[in-house]
Design a binder for this molecule. Structure first.
Ligand SMILES: [Zn+2]
Length: 150
């Protein structure tokens, strides 16, 4: 008997759900924008991720990945912070417990902190805390053209 065979299996697990949600955000799962938006909204909502604001910043991320001023998700570190993190990474790269710890921290706190406080995105010194959130349509990541659909 297979493990957990008595438990009903979800049609798709959460990783698969995220892949489908991601593809909808790119407009790639269906040939119609409306279908991508409707299914993407439901899938993202089930994962507690705001669909349209994520879709907008994620699109900007793909257009400018690693760009100092235009990437919306992973803004590269300055030289000093890069050297510090590189040294830490070199010290811990062969330590499974450190890898597990960083993975745990990233998955449990990193993505929610990005959505709520834009922690890895562009810095907006004049905008504080939650006002940089993906849950706030007037956040600086969104312009007048896109904030209307949020
Ligand atoms: Zn993508």
């Amino acid at each position: 008997m297979a493990p957990n065979s008595d438990r009903p299996k979800s049609i798709i697990d959460s990783d698969e759900r995220w892949v489908l949600a991601h593809e909808c955000g790119h407009g790639a799962f269906f040939p119609f924008k409306l279908a991508n938006d409707v299914v993407g909204w439901f899938l993202h909502s089930a994962l507690f991720v705001p669909y349209h604001s994520w879709r907008i910043t994620h699109s900007k991320h793909h257009k400018a990945t690693g760009h100092l001023t235009r990437d919306m998700v992973f803004v590269p570190r300055d030289v000093n912070r890069y050297k510090l993190s590189r040294n830490l990474a070199e010290l811990t790269e062969e330590a499974p417990l450190a890898t597990l710890y960083f993975l745990f921290i990233q998955q449990l706190f990193g993505f929610p902190a990005y959505l709520v406080y834009n922690v890895t995105g562009q810095k907006y010194p004049s905008v504080s805390g939650f006002r940089r959130s993906h849950f706030v349509p007037s956040a600086p990541m969104f312009d007048a053209r896109t904030s209307g659909i949020l």
